[in-house]
Design a protein around this ligand. Structure first.
Ligand SMILES: [Zn+2]
Length: 374
């Protein structure tokens, strides 16, 4: 029998005790022993209890342990395999596994036999293909941003509840913003959505601006289209002449390339302006008008969502970014075209409404009114 065998047979443990315990070295008067480290032990117990309920994943457990300070030596959260080993270590139930056999240990158990067995059953069920029930839905996952460092907030499930927190919580320098409790934050946003409303006056301004844009476009087309077409034709003729003269050796290569590329640039510009006039905006305007109806009905439509995942999709289609400071909502950006229809844009006068709608409908590729000389 080796020294190790002796040790185990006597209820000892030949090695470093797992988290939740500490090794007390041998002294002149006492044998080496293993003591419960009450602070860590309570966390380990909590992890067992939570996992036994059947709806936490290894990731959930790793997260909460990391938050409480149980990490790898490098300070990373425990890998899922380490969580699995922790939860299946019979040491916590007072036993020592050695050379494939279990011995009862001399140390004090942290979890009772019943809880330990329950955890093993849950693990077994999981490995048979049962997935955790997905206990929490984070309605605002992907929508919340930290006002202090502009980071997206992550959604995390912990033993004590779900929450959102700034990603730089774990980086240095740490973000000073507090984490946001899940329920309170979700309901703040739901309240805002429930109160969304477009007043009649604002609606009238938008409709007027939209109709104005369509009208303006048809007026511009009547006025500019013919002229632009003539200019384009004239350049095409000049280009042909140039090619003829080049073929008759009246130009050097370099002169030819310079002039022909200038014609190409001018033609491109004219084509862009003609394409622009050709889009009459009717269908774009019809779409924005349909969104006004939707925007007015957002609270009722939200009520009709059948489950949490539908609600989450819905919120994503209305909100683009929700910026949070000190656990309250500081600023909201809506998805287009709601950003032109909903509050925060309200205060603007009709001129702004028209300008905003114009740049939204025409996009960034639209030529400036004062386009380059031809
Ligand atoms: Zn932050």
């Amino acid at each position: 029998m080796s020294g190790f065998d002796h040790c185990v047979a006597g209820g000892g443990y030949p090695g470093k005790a797992p988290p939740g315990y500490r090794n007390i070295p041998r002294t002149k008067t006492q044998k080496a022993r293993i003591e419960v480290d009450e602070h860590w032990a309570s966390l380990v117990r909590e992890a067992f209890e939570e996992y036994a309920k059947g709806d936490s994943s290894y990731q959930d457990i790793s997260d909460v342990l990391a938050e409480a300070g149980i990490c790898t030596r490098l300070g990373n959260p425990l890998a899922l395999e380490m969580v699995r080993r922790l939860l299946s270590n019979p040491f916590y139930a007072g036993q020592v596994r050695y050379k494939g056999r279990l011995y009862s240990g001399a140390h004090e158990p942290i979890v009772d036999q019943q809880l330990f067995c329950r955890v093993q059953e849950v693990m077994q069920e999981r490995s048979d293909g049962h997935q955790p029930k997905g206990k929490r839905t984070f309605l605002l996952r992907g929508l919340l941003y930290c006002a202090t460092c502009q980071h997206l907030l992550t959604a995390e499930s912990h033993l004590r509840g779900g929450y959102y927190r700034c990603i730089s919580y774990v980086r240095r320098p740490r973000c000073p913003e507090p984490y946001l409790p899940l329920q309170a934050t979700d309901s703040q946003v739901e309240e805002i959505l429930g109160a969304l409303h477009i007043d009649t006056e604002h609606q009238a301004r938008i409709v007027e601006a939209l109709d104005g844009l369509v009208e303006e476009r048809s007026r511009l087309r009547g006025r500019d289209e013919l002229g632009l077409r003539r200019q384009a034709d004239a350049i095409r003729v000049k280009r042909l002449n140039l090619i003829d003269r080049y073929a008759g050796d009246m130009f050097s290569d370099e002169e030819f390339r310079t002039v022909i590329s200038r014609y190409e640039v001018e033609l491109d510009d004219l084509t862009r302006r003609l394409d622009f006039l050709a889009r009459d905006l009717t269908s774009e305007v019809a779409q924005v008008k349909a969104h006004i109806t939707t925007a007015r009905a957002l609270p009722e439509l939200y009520q009709k969502c059948r489950d949490a995942s539908e609600r989450r999709e819905f919120l994503r289609s209305v909100f683009r970014r929700i910026v949070v400071r000190d656990r309250s909502i500081q600023h909201i950006e809506y998805q287009p075209p709601f950003h032109l229809l909903l509050p925060e844009e309200h205060a603007k006068g009709s001129i702004h409404v028209q300008q905003d709608l114009r740049s939204f409908l025409e996009g960034e590729g639209a030529p400036r009114a004062s386009s380059s000389q031809v």
